[in-house]
Write a protein that binds this ligand. Structure first.
Ligand SMILES: [Zn+2]
Length: 369
C-alpha cells in the first residue's frame, strides 16, 4: 500500500516524497510563494472485512455497481486517499503554500502514525484536511475514545474449595454499579453531545471453568469529550469505585489503567500503545471553517456547505486535539457505511468532491496567510 502511494505521488510529479520511520507516506507539492502549508490526510490501514460471504460483493474486489465503488476501504479510506493524492497534484503551480499529503499508519488502532508524524515534526502544517467521510459537508470534530481497564486481583483456587481462594469475580457487581454511577454523571458538550461509557467485556484469567480465577479485567469503552486526559479519566473511575467497593482483604487488589496493545509497524518498530484516541472540536464560526464551507459549497444548490461534527473518531484528534493544528474534514461518502459489510462510495459524489479540493486548499491558505 505504502509503495503504491509513493509510486503514485512520484508519477504525479510531487516535488518531494518520503516514508518516515513508522511508514507514513508523505508527499509535498511546493508552494509558489511561501504561503502557509496545508496538509491533506488519509490513512493506509483498514478494519477487518469480517465474514466474506456476508458481503453483497467480495470485500476486496473493487466492484463498481449502481454508481458505487463497493468493498472494504472503498470509502474508509482508499477512495478519499486517491482523491487527496490527485488533488495535491492538481494545485501544483497554483497554491501559494506547500501542499502536504500524508497518508498515515495505525489510524484504526489509535493513531500512532499521525501522533508520530506530528510529534517528530516530519511535517509542520498550518492546517489539516482529513479525508474521512463527510458526504460533502465540512466537519469540525468528534468525541474521542478511551479504553479503560479495571483489573481485579485475588487468589486462584480449585473451584471445589472456594474458601481457600479469594475470588475476584465477587467484586464484579460493585464495579459494574460504580461504572453505572459514573455513566450517569458524564459531561455534555452543546455540539458533540454527552460523553458516554459502557462496560464492553469481562476477561477472566485463567480461562478454566473449574478454577477460581486470580484476575478479572472489566473493559470500559469510553467516548470522551475533547481535552479529557488519561489522568482525569482514571481518577474519576477510581473515585466511583471507592463509593461502591467493599473493604478488601490484603490478598485482593484493584487497579485502574488505560488499555494498551503491542503494535508493530511494517517498518519494524514496536511499542505497547495506549489505545486512547483524543477528540477535538473547531469553532464552527471561526474564519477558517466559514471560508472552507464557502469554498466547498454544495453539491446540489447554492450556498455554503453544512458544518457539523462527525460521529466517529479520526486522526484529527491528534492534529487538533493534541497538537493544536486547525483541522477539518471534507470527503465524499456516508459515515454510516464505515466499518460495515455494506461499505461503498458514490463515484459521482467523489468526482464532485475532487473538483472542490483546489478551492478548499486555496481558501485555507488565503485565510491562514
Ligand atoms: Zn477511516
Amino acid at each position: 500500500m505504502a509503495k503504491r502511494v509513493l509510486e503514485e505521488m512520484q508519477s504525479l510529479d510531487y516535488d518531494e516524497t518520503r516514508v518516515d520511520r513508522l511508514g507514513n507516506v508523505v508527499g509535498i507539492i511546493r508552494g509558489t510563494s511561501g504561503g502557509p502549508p496545508v496538509m491533506m490526510n488519509c490513512h493506509m490501514d483498514v478494519v477487518a472485512e469480517g465474514a466474506k460471504e456476508q458481503w453483497e460483493h467480495p470485500p476486496f474486489s473493487g466492484f463498481v455497481e449502481g454508481g458505487f465503488l463497493h468493498g472494504r476501504g472503498s470509502m474508509d479510506i482508499k477512495g478519499p486517499l486517491a482523491v487527496q493524492t490527485y488533488a495535491g497534484a492538481a494545485v501544483k503551480g497554483i497554491a501559494p503554500g506547500d501542499v502536504i499529503v500524508a497518508h498515515t499508519v495505525f489510524e484504526e488502532r489509535g493513531g500512532w502514525g499521525m501522533e508520530d508524524l506530528l510529534a517528530r515534526k516530519v511535517v509542520e502544517p498550518a492546517a489539516v484536511i482529513i479525508g474521512e467521510a463527510t458526504q460533502g459537508d465540512v466537519t469540525t470534530g468528534h468525541r474521542g475514545r478511551a479504553e479503560v481497564e479495571v483489573v481485579l486481583r485475588g487468589v486462584a483456587g480449585h473451584a471445589s474449595a472456594p474458601d481457600r481462594a479469594k475470588n475476584p469475580l465477587d467484586l464484579v457487581p460493585a464495579v459494574l454499579t460504580a461504572l453505572k454511577d459514573l455513566a450517569a454523571v458524564q459531561p455534555r458538550d452543546p455540539v458533540l453531545g454527552p460523553a458516554s461509557l459502557a462496560p464492553t467485556a469481562i476477561d477472566v484469567l485463567p480461562e478454566s471453568r473449574n478454577v477460581i480465577p486470580d484476575e478479572v479485567v472489566v473493559v470500559v469503552d469510553w467516548r470522551v469529550l475533547p481535552d479529557s486526559t488519561d489522568q482525569d479519566l482514571l481518577a474519576s473511575v477510581r473515585k466511583a469505585l471507592e463509593g461502591r467497593l467493599p473493604a478488601l482483604p490484603p490478598e485482593m487488589q484493584v487497579e485502574v489503567r488505560m488499555a494498551r496493545e503491542m503494535q508493530t509497524s511494517y517498518t519494524g518498530i514496536s511499542d505497547r500503545r495506549n489505545l486512547f484516541t483524543p477528540g477535538f472540536l473547531m469553532d464552527a464560526d471561526s474564519p477558517l471553517i466559514l471560508e472552507a464551507a464557502r469554498a466547498v459549497g454544495r453539491r446540489e444548490g447554492e450556498g455554503m456547505a453544512t458544518v457539523r461534527p462527525w460521529t466517529f473518531a479520526t486522526d484529527g484528534g491528534w492534529s487538533m486535539g493534541v497538537f493544536r493544528i486547525p483541522t477539518l474534514g471534507f470527503a465524499a461518502g456516508e459515515e454510516r457505511f464505515a466499518h460495515t459489510n455494506r461499505e461503498r462510495w458514490e463515484l459521482g459524489e467523489a468526482e464532485w468532491a475532487f473538483s472542490r479540493h483546489p478551492a478548499l486548499i486555496l481558501a485555507l491558505q488565503k485565510t491562514l496567510g
